[in-house]
Structures are given as structure tokens and as C-alpha cells.
Design a protein around this ligand. Structure first.
Ligand SMILES: [Zn+2]
Length: 142
């Protein structure tokens, strides 16, 4: 992964695309996940960084943040309805987290691209998992 942020990378990240799987236990270690808020930095095409302070599932043991895609997209839609409605539905990429203090600063005044880079902690790793209960069973009727 190319690093964008100038602060050291932290956390692993998983964007959960499954609306019916909420990952109350960690897909990696099976431990219970906690609810925790993270200021997520999201790059929206073409060149609009936004910060969304989002309650995510978090496994402290694996240092894994799990964000639900439907909730993220709902929040982005809400944000861009006020900001710039023609950007709704654009591609986006969640690239990392900010420190709380930097996030508060970004609430007062939108970040420039350079500020965003200076504050950003990239993710250490972006992962993907499948919900455990999706087990493919062989169709015996054929
Ligand atoms: Zn875990």
C-alpha cells in the first residue's frame, strides 16, 4: 500500500460489505468486538477528503477496525447533501484515521490536502473477511 499520511500507520481495517453481518465477534480471532468511535479519513473522488467520526466495531486484540459499508455510505450521502450533492455516489476510499484533536480542528475548518496528509495515520493493513455462516453446501440434486 502506498502511504499517504505523514503520521505512522496504525490499525488494521475491514470495510464490511455484508448488511446482515455485524461482526459482534472478531472474524480474525473470534473474540468479542467493542464499539468505538474513530475519526475516519475518507477520500472521495475526484479530490475531496472528508472526516467522518464513526462508531465502528473494534477488536483490541487484533487492533482491527470494522466499519459497516452501508452506514458509511449513509453518512457520506448525508454529508454531501449539504456540502456538494453532485458528489453523492462517487467512488471513495477510506484511507486511515486522524487523532481526535486533529479531527476537531477539521470540524472548524475543512482540511487542505496538505493538512490532511500531515494529520493522517494510514491503516497498517486493509483486510477482507467473509461472514462465517456463509458456508457453501454442495447441491446434491444435480
Ligand atoms: Zn480479533
Amino acid at each position: 500500500m502506498t502511504r499517504v499520511g505523514k503520521k505512522p500507520p496504525r490499525h488494521k481495517f475491514f470495510l464490511n460489505p455484508y448488511q446482515d453481518a455485524r461482526f459482534t465477534s472478531c472474524p480474525k480471532c473470534d473474540g468479542k468486538t467493542k464499539l468505538r468511535k474513530f475519526p475516519l479519513l475518507i477520500h472521495v473522488d475526484p479530490l475531496q477528503p472528508v472526516v467522518v467520526n464513526k462508531t465502528c466495531r473494534y477488536c483490541p486484540y487484533c487492533d482491527l477496525i470494522i466499519a459497516h459499508r452501508d452506514e458509511i455510505e449513509q453518512q457520506l450521502t448525508y454529508l454531501f447533501m449539504q456540502l456538494q450533492p453532485d458528489m453523492i455516489g462517487n467512488n471513495y476510499l477510506i484511507i486511515g484515521t486522524l487523532d481526535k484533536a486533529d479531527w476537531r480542528r477539521s470540524m472548524k475548518k475543512p482540511l487542505t490536502f496538505e493538512e490532511m496528509r500531515a494529520y493522517l495515520h494510514d491503516f497498517k493493513k486493509v483486510m477482507s473477511f467473509e461472514p462465517k455462516r456463509y458456508m457453501w453446501v454442495k447441491d446434491e440434486s444435480e
